[in-house]
Design a protein around this ligand. Structure first.
Ligand code: BGC
Length: 350
């Protein structure tokens, strides 16, 4: 009887496993069960299992496997939080060239831990912060490649639960960063509604000190304080362009970015006006840490009327932004190292 039971356990477990995703520990455990059973059964010929017996044990084993799997999963859930200060930060960093065999179109062997769509979370501890990195983009493939190659390793060392979203403006129309950011923000919330923290990140900026944490403190935080192009000095105190971290509720409170800036510049200055108008402060990490290298590229067409539009920033806050942004999402593609949104911003008003 005992012998028959063991054989049945093994048989039914194997069958029920076909419909379960079992982790390695469970598999090892089940293998050892099977080995024990084999040793015992080799001495005697086994009679055929009757239907009733199989049904009874199937029910029993099903619940056993469920319990075992959920116990092992719960064990993952009860991981400790990652330390407040990530232990493997390196501080000041050198920017390396992108290896020739690094591709962003196919699976990258450089980042085996990154899941499809550019998502990563630490597996040895529970991330303290979940973030979405929004990268507005158009037509700079080499720069994007460098950005992804460089940035993934840093945010992994920061032990964040992160996902990189590349938000590309479609067609050869005047760039409108505000619409691209707002559209991207909305699309991210459709995919990942619980995302609490957004890092708006220019694609041409590479962080060169990993102590500059990509997290969202209680106020919006301007992260790109010291850029090599500006000799590592903040050009003016109202600047929030480059890299900006904002909680979801703050982004909604300020109504996201203005959609009225066509061409390069201005939308970030408008964002500053929104932040202070809603009684938020802009905080900054020390310039000794918030350091960036700007990659060289050809610049977008400057928006000559940006200063004029900026003059009306305070009166447009609630009527021009993420609450009424118009765009068309043409495509969503999950690449290994990023989620790609292709966004049509429509026509620039004449
Ligand atoms: C533009 C901003 C830009 C800043 C720094 C300003 O003139 O309006 O959009 O971030 O210069 O380059």
């Amino acid at each position: 009887m005992i012998l028959t039971s063991i054989i049945n356990i093994v048989y039914i477990v194997r069958r029920s496993l076909a419909t379960h995703v079992i982790d390695n520990r469970t598999q090892t455990f089940l293998n050892s069960l099977e080995e024990n059973a084999t040793i015992k059964t080799s001495k005697k010929t086994i009679s055929k299992t009757d239907q009733h017996f199989e049904r009874t044990y199937k029910t029993f084993l099903h619940s056993f496997v469920e319990t075992y799997v959920s116990t092992t999963q719960n064990r993952t859930i009860t991981l400790n939080y990652c330390p407040p200060v990530p232990p493997n930060l390196q501080g000041s960093l050198v920017v390396n060239n992108v290896p020739d065999n690094f591709s962003i179109a196919t699976n990258s062997s450089y980042y085996p831990n990154v899941e499809l769509g550019g998502h990563y979370h630490p597996t040895t501890c529970l991330a303290r912060h979940k973030i979405a990195i929004i990268v507005p983009y158009r037509d700079r493939l080499d720069i994007l490649k460098h950005f992804l190659y460089h940035t993934h390793q840093i945010v992994q060392r920061q032990q964040l639960d992160y996902r990189i979203y590349v938000c590309e403006q479609a067609y050869n129309k005047t760039f409108n960063k505000g619409i691209v950011m707002n559209g991207c923000f909305k699309e991210i919330l459709k995919l990942q509604p619980d995302t609490p923290c957004f890092i708006m990140h220019d694609v041409d900026l590479l962080l060169i000190d990993d102590r500059n944490m990509y997290t969202c403190p209680i106020f919006p935080r301007h992260l790109s304080v010291a850029i090599d192009k500006f000799h590592f000095y903040l050009p003016y105190t109202q600047l929030v362009g480059g890299v900006l971290a904002m909680r979801r509720e703050h982004y909604v409170l300020v109504n996201g970015y203005s959609t009225n800036y066509w061409g390069w510049g201005g939308e970030d200055d408008d964002m500053y006006a929104r932040i202070v108008n809603k009684n938020l402060k802009v905080e900054r990490p020390p310039a000794s840490v918030a350091r960036y290298k700007m990659l060289k590229h050809t610049h977008q067409k400057l928006n000559p009327s940006r200063m004029k539009v900026l003059r009306t920033a305070h009166i447009r806050i609630d009527s021009d932004g993420v609450n009424n942004v118009k765009y068309t999402l043409l495509n969503t593609t999950l690449y290994h190292l990023y989620t790609h949104f292709l966004i049509d911003v429509g026509e620039e008003p004449k």
